[in-house]
Structure formats: C-alpha cells, structure tokens
Design a protein around this ligand. Structure first.
Ligand code: CMC
Length: 435
C-alpha cells in the first residue's frame, strides 16, 4: 500500500503522499496543503523542513554518517584528494584518468585573475575582512565572464564546465591575494605545474626570491581539510545558493551570496571561535577543566566551541578524521602546540561528562581544523575563507541541481504575519507627535 499521511484540522481530513529517500528518510509532501486547507506549516529555522530533493550528500546525524554521492567520507579522506572529491560532488561520479586531467587542466588554465580585477584589490582597505573581499570578488566574476553569467539557466548550463573551472580556480587565487594584500606583500602568480593545494600554498607563502617548500604532510592535511568541507547537505550557505539560484541567477552571484551566509559565527565563523577559545584558556593558565564547568553552566555566555551540531547527535565523522591528521601534521613538522593539548583535554573531559553525554554533544568539524590551519601558517582571519574554498564544490553542485530542474519553482516561503492590523491612518509629518 502506498504510504500516506492524514492531517485533520477543524474536523476535515486531508491526505498527503509520503516521499521516501533512497536511504529511507521519510517526508510528507504538503505542497498543496495551503491550497487545500488554508493553513501553512510553521518551522522557523527549517529544522524539520525538506526544502528539496537532492542526490549529492547524505547525512545520518544519529549514527555520525556522511557520504558524498554514496561514498563514505572516511573512504574519500583516506584515498582521494580535494580536486577528485570536487569532481565527484559536482558531476556525480569519480573521474576517469582523462576526465581528471581535463578538469585539472581547465582549473590550471583559469588560475590567473583578469588584470583589471587587481584594481578592485587596490581599492580595498588593507584591513578589510577577507570574507567581504571574497564575496565581492566572486560576484564581480560576472563582470568579466558575462558569457557564462546570462541568468538564462539553460544557456548557463551549456557553459557549466567553464564556469566551474573559473569559480574553483579563482576562489583560490582570490583567497591568496587577499592574504598577501592584507599583509602588504606583493601578489604571487600561480605556477602552471603545481597541483591545486600546492599552488595555493605557493601563492600564499612564496616570495619573489624564495619559493615556499613544505613537508608532504602539509599538502595532505590541507587536502583532507578542504575535502572534508566539500559539501554538507542543506546547511545555511548551501540553502542560500539554492535560494538565489531558484530565481534563475547564474553561478557567480549564487556562490558569492553563500560566502556571506558562511561568514557568521554560527556557521563558518565557528572555526575562528574555537582557536579564540583555546587561546583564552591557555592565557588564563587553565588546563581546560575550569572552562568545561563554565560551558556547562553557560557562565559568561560560554559554550564549548567546536562541540555540538544541529544534525549530528554523535561524533561528527569529519572531526574524527581531522583529529588524526592534526596529530600526523604536528609530528611531521615538529610543532608542539599547547592548544592541541588543551583541545585533547577538553575532548576527553567532555566525552566523560554527563552534561555533554546526555545532550549528545561531540566534537564537530571545527574542533581541530583551526589547529591544522595554525600549524600551516594560515592566520585566524583567513580561516572562514578556507572553509569557503572547501565548500565551493558543494555550492556548485547545488546550483546545478536547481538550474537543471525544469519543474523547479522560485523559493518563496510563507510567513505568519504578527505586525499591526487594520489599515492605519497616514499622518502628514507635521501631524506626527514627537516621541
Ligand atoms: N557547549 C555547551 N552546551 C551546548 C553546546 C556547546 N557547544 N552546544 C549545545 N549545548 C547545549 C545547549 O545549551 C542546550 O542545553 P539545554 O538543553 O540545557 O538548554 C543543548 O545543548 C541542546 O542544544 P542543541 O539543540 O544541540 O543546539 P542547536 O542545535 O540549536 O545548536 C550548535 C547547534 C552547533 C549551534 C551548538 O551546538 C553550538 O553553539 N556549538 C558551538 C558552536 C560550533 O561549534 N558551531 C559549529 C557547527 S559545525 C560547522 C557548521 O555547520 O557550520
């Protein structure tokens, strides 16, 4: 028997079909509910709303599972790299040798930015927030590549491969240029022969007289860090991409607005907050135990940053992987970071503490990512930009799903209006009483 759900309101019964996902998730399809009954459903924060059907990523928060296109995140982290996972997320399959080569080559060919974009950088104050720069620069790509940014989804999809290469490549160049500019350093051009992560490290840390060199573990850790961020279902920034794309907007403004959504401390900005928390614990001489007590009582508004997640009620699988790479990296480059010791103490204490156990609070992806970035030399102000580079494949894949959906409608939620009622009489300014 086909599954259905019944809703009874004011004595009237309405029947709706149940949609079942390939991994068994169930949803009631209430799209005609308002038309049928005059009611809408209320779900502020969308905690219980399925906004779309998607084939990209699957999360089981109870069991701590994350898969992209059916592949377990642990498998991808162990055996793949950021660019291969980006291809998988964007195109749905792992690339063959020639597909990988074509994809990489297209990204390499797009590593430079248009010369006149340099003037945009010149016009920005040195201490401008990197996320503001990144969002503006990504949006400005529509000025330089108008042929891929027509806002005619069918046309833009025909040029999708070019738009992907431009976006994936230039987000990296723009990030590195932002870092160089804010430190008063000359821009370093990308180098043709280097791979994605190595070229990023080169543009960040080389200088005209001295090429940056690094242990292989540095590139591996950065690759893993980026690929672990590649997609994460309908989070705040990805939902933003879909919202913007649903109006027919092209890829560039869609991902630029995602950067804005990512900026906030409850989303991408949490990776900075973890390091700030660990630094303040270190400065106070605490080994972490006092902070745990403060976070439990909520004293001074404290929370254990990098712990807890809206979806995961178990270990965030990405945190487990990053914790391992954190150890490997610090050992390989011979760094003894006091913050890692504090983070380990916090994790051990929290995992044994009734408060965290009862609330199912476990480390999330941000708990160890900051320690890895610090060890590589990426400054705190750039942490959320790194998240954006990593999340780009997921944003692109979600844009494509929306643009390709012929039956898709513009995203337009309803609201429950709670403002003044009845038409109010308009008073001329001179008649309005001073408050
Ligand atoms: N430290 C202390 N208590 C916490 C924490 C925490 N990190 N997280 C949740 N709680 C408590 C919360 O106070 C509540 O307690 P009570 O039931 O007594 O009122 C209970 O746990 C349940 O909270 P929740 O329903 O899980 O919270 P939420 O789903 O609204 O928030 C969260 C999820 C990630 C915003 C939250 O856990 C948090 O603020 N964590 C710290 C910030 C952080 O690490 N954010 C990164 C998220 S992962 C990256 C991303 O997705 O962008």
């Amino acid at each position: 028997m086909a599954k259905e759900a019944k809703i009874i309101i004011e004595g009237k019964e309405y029947t709706y079909p149940v949609i079942e996902g390939t991994e068994g998730e169930k949803a009631i399809d209430i799209r005609t509910f308002r038309k049928d009954s005059g009611y809408i459903t209320y779900d502020e924060g969308y905690g219980n709303t399925g906004s779309c059907q998607s084939e990209i990523s699957f999360i089981n928060g109870e069991e701590g599972i994350l898969r992209h296109r059916g592949y377990a995140i642990e498998d991808l982290a162990e055996n793949s790299d950021f660019i291969e996972v980006a291809y998988l997320v964007i195109y749905g399959e792992l690339p063959t040798v020639s597909e990988r080569e074509t994809f990489s080559q297209k990204i390499r060919n797009n590593a430079m930015i248009h010369m006149s974009m340099n003037h945009l950088f010149e016009g920005v104050p040195n201490d401008a927030p990197p996320m503001a720069i990144l969002s503006s620069m990504l949006n400005s790509l529509g000025c330089y590549y108008k042929e891929y940014a027509t806002n005619n989804p069918q046309h833009d999809l025909e040029h999708f491969d070019d738009a992907v290469a431009i976006t994936m490549s230039k987000v990296r160049t723009i990030a590195a240029m932002t870092y160089r500019m804010s430190n008063g350093l000359p821009f370093i051009y990308p180098k043709m022969g280097l791979r994605y992560v190595e070229n990023f490290l080169h543009m960040m840390f080389s200088n005209p007289y001295n090429e940056y060199s690094h242990e292989p573990e540095v590139a591996k850790a950065l690759n893993v860090l980026l690929l672990l961020h590649a997609d994460h279902e309908q989070n705040c920034s990805t939902s933003t991409v879909r919202m913007v794309a649903s109006s027919g907007a092209n890829l560039f403004p869609s991902v630029a607005s995602a950067v804005c959504a990512l900026w906030g401390p409850l989303h991408g900005g949490a990776n900075m907050a973890v390091i700030q928390m660990l630094e303040s614990i270190a400065a106070s001489g605490d080994d972490g135990s006092q902070f745990i007590e403060d976070a439990k009582s909520g004293r001074h508004g404290k929370r254990l940053m990098g712990f807890g997640h809206r979806v995961y009620r178990n270990y965030d699988p990405r945190a487990k992987i990053l914790g391992k790479y954190c150890d490997k990296l610090l050992e390989a480059i011979g760094i003894d970071d006091q913050l890692l010791t504090i983070a380990r103490n916090l994790e051990q204490a929290a995992l044994k503490d009734d408060y965290f156990v009862e609330r199912k609070l476990y480390p999330n992806v941000d708990f160890y990512s900051g320690i890895i970035m610090r060890a590589i030399g990426i400054p705190l102000s750039m942490f959320t930009v790194m998240f954006a580079i990593g999340r780009m494949p997921g944003w692109i894949a979600n844009w494509r799903e929306v643009a390709s959906n012929d039956k898709g409608r513009i995203y337009r939620p309803r609201q429950i209006y709670q403002g003044p009622t009845a038409p109010r009489k308009f008073l001329q300014m001179a008649d309005r009483p001073e408050k």
